[in-house]
Design a protein around this ligand. Sequence first.
Ligand code: RIB
Ligand code: CA
Length: 328
Amino acid sequence: MTGAGSNGAGEPRPSVDRRPRPVVLDCDPGHDDALAILLALARPELQVLAVTTVAGNAPLERTTRNALRVLTLLGRTDVPVASGAERPLVRAPWIPVEFHGQSGLDGADLPEPAVRPVAEDAIELTARVVREAANPVTLVPTGPLTNIALFLRAHPRLVPRIGAISLMGGSLGEGNTTAAAEFNLWSDPEAAAIVFEAGIPILMSGLDVTHQALVLPPDIARLEHVGGRTGRVFADLLRFFAVHHRQRYGWDGPPIHDAVAVARLVEPGLVMSRRLRVDVETAGELTRGRTVADPEGLSGRPPNAEVGLAIDRERFVDLLVEAVASFA
Ligand code: RIB
Ligand code: CA
């Protein structure tokens, strides 16, 4: 197991280049996606070039509206937003409405969007900002990987300009949608297989680590106290997000899955990981979307992912509280 700062898979490492890491957030807001957006915008180590949306926690129209609402709340309507895939490559869409509510971001008084998406779709906006970026871009998908797969297939000549993919998804242990699979990769396993086979360094934040990334009631109170309107809105979002997790898992607070994919880019050592070969099951009936690790290299295929296995939860929460406070 390695700390976040000591591997070749795109994890931050001490370097002389102090320029912020350019990132594209591809998301399906979604309560934890909203916190991932907040954290990415709050950090000087990152430059958010674009936010793209995908269907997942809610239909595409709602995940796009939610991304625009979050950016409006945070005063960052300068960040271009483009919508992408309204359904997986092959599979039928399925929405777990109990987690995020009918809107996909229930539980808080969010503003209506002050801006509209750009004219391009997610794939073309991603291609444009990648072409224009001075440095290789890190893609940060926190929903089904449909947009990422479509981008990789539509723009193969831009693949060398993608430095890493820090994704929330998968699980080496328990699933949350089936016994075998996590929602993002279960939703579009064919897209996930394309991404894991692309040869781009992957930082995988699956349920193995994100189920440790709980934000508990005292943490929510901290965030509400320091954050002004932003703090109140995100505290309300988290309290809504906590309800189903308490019913289903008995936890006192919700896992902020998606923000882990961002946090590990800005905080060396936050996530303990192991470099592994990981492939995605697409043919199995019981195992659709499962991430299969190959620690002994029996497949003969090279390691492709830094798989998150543990997190400093208290430090993770501090990062979220600091991020909310910065928007107070
Ligand atoms: O399985 C958790 C993932 O599914 C998170 O990204 C959450 O937002 C949902 O999209
Ligand atoms: Ca998500």
